[in-house]
Design a protein. Structure first.
Length: 227
């Protein structure tokens, strides 16, 4: 299959314009305009046929949609070691939040102990989207039965000037407040994060229907002044 030809055959120019506004830090010229359901279907087909291997080894890609497709193919890889290898090869090329957030490999659910070692490496990276991805993995896989407070304090300790890292920290804590409120609320009572991240997490949590109104009011009282 000529993957690039297939992507252009499924382009939607209106969707391209819309998506370009969501990912302002990349050139609009690199966006073909393929909708997510089509990309997911193509990723599944490529993985099942085995045709994905040459495509994901051919880096860097030219187009945003190719990177999105790459993310979705990685999500389908069933062998944990192969998934980690391909993921670590790809992460340095991830340059936007949408490609980053499309990554959530299904195989990770069965390998949570091993995955924690990789997450520690990602969080220590100097590449913003690798850090963002590491935080997202803690959010995706370790906020329910596998949660321990050290994961949350580790995220809270991350200091960054990168907007998309800080947004993910805020998103992580907004989600943590809906799932582990009693365990993470002390992080807001005794602020350790930057005021912007602290307040953004509270804002996002207060927008959730999964948090009671009385807790929302209490969270509002914990906002701190931003300089």
């Amino acid at each position: 299959m000529d993957i690039k030809k297939e992507l252009f055959a499924n382009r939607d120019l209106k969707y391209k314009d819309f998506h370009a506004s969501l990912v302002p830090n990349i050139s609009k010229e690199t966006i073909i305009g393929v909708r997510v359901p089509i990309l997911r279907k193509l990723a599944s087909e490529l993985y099942k046929s085995g045709e994905y291997k040459q495509f994901i080894d051919d880096l860097p890609h030219k187009y945003f949609d190719e990177n999105s497709l790459h993310s979705m193919i990685i999500d389908n890889i069933k062998d944990y070691d192969e998934c980690i290898e391909k993921l670590n090869t790809f992460l340095p090329y991830v340059d936007n939040w949408a490609t980053c957030d499309a990554l959530s490999p299904k195989v990770f659910k069965k390998h949570k102990n091993e995955l924690l070692q990789e997450i520690d490496i990602w969080l220590a990276s100097d590449m913003p989207y690798t850090i963002r991805f590491g935080i997202k993995m803690l959010m995706d896989f370790y906020l329910d039965d596998d949660f321990i407070i050290e994961y949350a304090t580790g995220v809270a300790a991350i200091q960054s000037n990168e907007y998309y890292v800080n947004m993910m920290i805020a998103w992580y804590f907004a989600t943590a407040l809906t799932k582990q409120y009693d365990k993470v609320i002390h992080i807001f009572k005794n602020p350790v994060m930057s005021p912007w991240v602290h307040n953004k997490a509270i804002q996002k949590a207060r927008e959730s229907f999964r948090i009671s109104n009385d807790k929302k009011e209490y969270l509002k009282s914990l906002k701190i002044k931003e300089e």
